[in-house]
Write a protein that binds this ligand. Structure first.
Ligand SMILES: [Zn+2]
Length: 168
């Protein structure tokens, strides 16, 4: 942490700068409260962070040196998966994972919905194959534990596994 003038919320919530879009998606997939938009400039990020008590994650030292910044962390890894591991360690988040509880697109908690409610928007193959569906109440995106989720299982395993193997 660059600045300890204010204690972070528990569990911490974050705001990411425009260059960390993929990290934002990963953190949301793991269930963390992440604010991110690719059009926010530095002053807006700082202001939102203050107002919503979010920790700023950035690779830009200059951003963290702004006076108004209360809580921030300078991410060192260059690749998104490395950044994810770094942030999980830094903020002790590995025991707090709630995979697939938020919409990776906008960060809103997703809700289970009856199949009939989303049927018109489903590809026939999916409608035949899956029973449980989830929808983001904010952006409307529909999820099921198939295509959307499967390719991320490896990432989640990795995020979890260090809890057992590496207690520092
Ligand atoms: Zn959404």
């Amino acid at each position: 942490m660059r600045n300890q003038t204010q204690a972070p919320k528990e569990p911490p919530s974050f705001i990411l700068d425009v260059h960390l879009g993929k990290l934002a998606r990963y953190l949301r997939l793991l269930g963390f409260d992440v604010a991110y938009a690719n059009h926010w400039d530095d002053p807006e990020i700082v202001q939102r962070a203050r107002k919503e008590q979010r920790i700023i994650l950035t690779r830009d030292r200059g951003l963290l040196e702004r006076k108004a910044v209360l809580l921030g962390y300078l991410v060192e890894s260059l690749d998104p998966e490395g950044q994810l591991q770094e942030v999980l360690d830094q903020f002790n988040l590995r025991r707090r994972l709630k995979p697939y509880s938020r919409c990776p697109l906008c960060g809103t908690p997703i809700e289970q919905v009856p199949k009939e409610a989303v049927l018109p928007s489903l590809p026939p193959r999916v409608a035949r194959r899956y029973r449980k569906f989830y929808q983001c109440p904010s952006c409307g995106k529909v999820y099921w534990k198939g295509d959307h989720f499967r390719n991320l299982d490896a990432l989640i395993q990795k995020a979890r596994s260090r809890t057992r193997n590496n207690k520092n």
